[in-house]
Design a binder for this molecule. Structure first.
Ligand code: FEO
Ligand code: CA
Ligand code: CA
Ligand code: CA
Length: 692
């Protein structure tokens, strides 16, 4: 049921709902700078004509209609992620105690929704418990010391859990009862909340090196408690691992070795030190994890070229001043170094000696996430959003089929799947008259924001499909390739998730305060609100039997905001029965086929949170809030298993004017303790499954 508590008024000055501190450290103040996409972007021409076949469009449109009418899966194909989710769940079940009747809702969403609030804690539904699984600074590698905020060192941090956990993945661990492998992204660092007395104008070398070590990825084995869904970290497990801003990564795929990727330190263009700003990601059906390098631009000083600008790299010094300590962050000295970031990284968490790879076939942009699904004939398709106002939605289709099983031969083969295939960008067309899309969010006369789309091919292997660009250029300057082929300018495409039940694909579009401003793209049917504060969730249907997959049908599933706001839409579900939601960011599915959405930058005066919504049946669109996060924090990395919900509480206490000396949050350890980004598990106190 919708909670009727009055909303608390927002004091956020930032157009996207975040504090200025978040903008400064997370995105390099992207919103206050010129939008990087200034392309006219109207050329569609021959490429679209080649890509669209009227027949394939009608086929996909028919699939959507059938699926909607039946409320069941109309799309076929291997359901590996779902099988994996089933395999992941169900360890250590105990007989269930008697219980009260559960609140109503779709199966998996039967909980009493949490009200919007500003609590400085993780607030969960009645009957649910929670625990901190792991905090920033907890030692995970052999020899790493216990966390001491007053005695931080780069060496210690390199063996400890990193800062600002974002994407999370839980993978099965065979042969070790009740254990799973947790993989986490560490998107960025908040120096003013990490170091007492931090002087932004004069960071010390040690502080900079700690920040390098606090970025990157963590692999840490976790142990579950058999009676609840509680999880705890297993320190010093042989699979535990840290990868940082200075670890070695291999560059693979069609652009590996390109002159555009060579630097004075790496004349091969195939070896990069570090991964940066890993935001969301994905888990592959072959047991690896994918990690998007997002706002990498902010780490590079002295950008000079048009392509530096197209990627939002500024012409001056950086906020963190890393260029003073390593010349590769100064583009006046190493103009190609920035080209080595902005990729999707693939990690094999089961091989602690493996070198993770940057997959050039998936293109270079501000990768939010990378979520795969298999085609009907077993080839991976990876969906990806470029999180910038007016940037694009992409997919990659591999030319190779996944091999099943865990044999060495299968694993080695599967580690090549993301190196060969075709990269596409999306163009969406509405089916309602343009005059009916007035920028207010008012539904057009056919009752839906919907239409058709095409995937425009950009490159296949070493063949470019973009006139005037080589394949290397398409991969390294993918944004420019999208500009040239007339891709649709979207409202900040964030996480993209295919439903393991229906195959329909869900895209979180977080907001776009510049939509409709003078000189900027106006509202269109897929992005129907000017000055879009709250974002929307797009649903699209592919034809999984068509290997080229070039046509799709789409409609808006949610248009976010306060349900009392007439511009909102919840898949047609009665609005008085849903929770308010703002700024959808990360998306995940549970085993019941419900979509879970975490938010970044709530504009309705509440803290950010996590929501669940049915995507099928007569409760389709019934959105319910499951939790809220502490002051200043963003909800990231949701993983929904049968017995637990896992979230990354990112940047708690990140409020303007806050510092170590003047904290805005005391989460998770209370007054007098430094605020620490942490992973939280939420589970039912009666030991039953979530929401049933
Ligand atoms: Fe790192 Fe697009 O959020
Ligand atoms: Ca329409
Ligand atoms: Ca995000
Ligand atoms: Ca996701």
């Amino acid at each position: 049921m919708r909670n009727l508590l009055p909303l608390i008024s927002s004091h956020n000055a930032h157009p996207g709902g975040r504090s200025a501190l978040t903008c400064r450290f997370r995105c390099g103040d992207a919103c206050f700078k010129e939008t990087p996409n200034t392309s006219d972007n109207e050329y569609a021409g021959d490429i679209i004509a080649r890509a669209v076949s009227r027949r394939s469009m009608m086929r996909t449109a028919a699939v959507v209609t059938v699926a909607a009418a039946a409320g069941t899966a109309a799309l076929t194909g291997p359901n590996t992620p779902r099988a994996e989710a089933a395999a992941l769940a169900g360890h250590g079940h105990k007989p269930h105690p008697p219980h009260k009747p559960a609140p109503s809702g779709a199966r998996g969403l039967r909980f009493s929704p949490v009200a919007p609030n500003k609590n400085d804690k993780v607030t969960v539904p009645d009957g649910y418990g929670q625990n901190v699984v792991i905090r920033w600074g907890e030692p995970i590698l052999r020899g790493a010391p216990a966390f001491n905020p007053e005695k931080q060192t780069a060496k210690a941090q390199a063996g400890q859990f990193g800062y600002n956990n974002d994407f999370l993945s839980l993978l099965p661990l065979r042969g070790e009862r009740g254990r799973q492998v947790l993989v986490a992204n560490h998107e960025y660092t908040d120096e003013v909340l990490m170091f007492r007395g931090y002087d932004p104008a004069n960071p010390t070398r040690e502080q900079v090196e700690i920040a390098w070590a606090a970025h990157g990825l963590s692999v840490v084995v976790v142990q579950e408690e058999s009676r609840t869904g509680k999880l705890g970290a297993v320190t010093r497990h042989p699979l535990n691992r840290r990868l940082t801003a200075t670890s070695e990564f291999r560059v693979t795929g069609p652009a590996a070795g390109s002159p555009l990727l060579r630097t004075s330190a790496d004349r091969t263009g195939r070896k990069v030190l570090g991964t940066l700003n890993n935001c969301a990601g994905g888990t592959t059906p072959w047991g690896t994890t994918l990690h998007g390098e997002e706002n990498f631009n902010q780490y590079f000083a002295n950008g000079t070229t048009a392509m530096h600008k197209r990627y939002g790299i500024g012409s001056g010094a950086t906020e963190r001043k890393w260029e003073r300590f390593d010349r590769r962050f100064d583009l006046a000295k190493e103009p190609n170094e920035a080209n080595r970031f902005g990729w999707v990284v693939e990690l094999d968490p089961y091989d602690p000696d493996s070198t993770p790879r940057k997959r050039t076939a998936l293109g270079r942009f501000k990768h939010e996430a990378a979520e795969p699904r298999l085609t009907a004939d077993g080839r991976p398709v990876v969906y990806m959003g470029d999180d910038e106002k007016f940037d694009y939605l992409y997919k990659f289709v591999s030319s190779k089929q996944m091999k099943k099983g865990t044999s060495r031969a299968a694993r080695e083969h599967n580690l090549t799947l993301l190196d060969e295939g075709t990269l596409y960008v999306a163009k969406l067309t509405g089916d309602s008259p343009v005059a009916e899309i007035d920028g207010s969010g008012k539904l057009p006369n056919d009752g839906e924001f919907d239409g058709s789309g095409v995937w425009i091919p950009l490159a296949t292997g070493t063949t470019s499909h973009v006139p005037g660009m080589t394949a290397d250029e398409v991969y390294v300057y993918t944004r420019q390739a999208g500009d040239k082929v007339g891709a649709t300018k979207m409202d900040r495409p964030e996480d993209v998730e295919p439903s393991p039940r229906t195959g329909r694909v869900y895209v979180a579009l977080t907001n776009n305060s510049d939509r409709g401003k003078e000189g900027k793209a106006p509202a269109d049917e897929a992005n129907p609100r000017n000055g879009n504060k709250h974002g929307q969730v797009l649903e699209l249907a592919e034809n999984w039997d068509d290997p080229t997959g070039d046509g799709f049908a789409w409609r808006l599933f949610l248009v976010a905001g306060d349900p009392d706001d007439p511009s909102t839409y919840f898949a047609g579900f009665p609005k008085e029965r849903v929770s308010p939601i703002s700024c959808p960011d990360n998306v995940a599915f549970d085993a019941h086929g419900n979509l879970w959405i975490s938010t970044d930058g709530n504009q309705l005066g509440s803290h950010d949170g996590l929501f669940g919504v049915a995507t099928q049946g007569d409760r389709r669109g019934e959105l319910k809030q499951f939790l809220t996060v502490p002051t200043g924090a963003e909800t990231c990395g949701p993983v929904i298993q049968d017995r637990r919900v896992l979230v990354a509480v990112q940047h708690p206490g990140e409020v303007d004017g806050a510092s170590v000396e003047k904290p805005a949050s005391t989460w998770p350890d209370g007054p007098g303790k430094i605020v620490r980004p942490s992973v939280v598990a939420v589970w039912r106190k009666d030991g039953r499954d979530i929401g049933v």
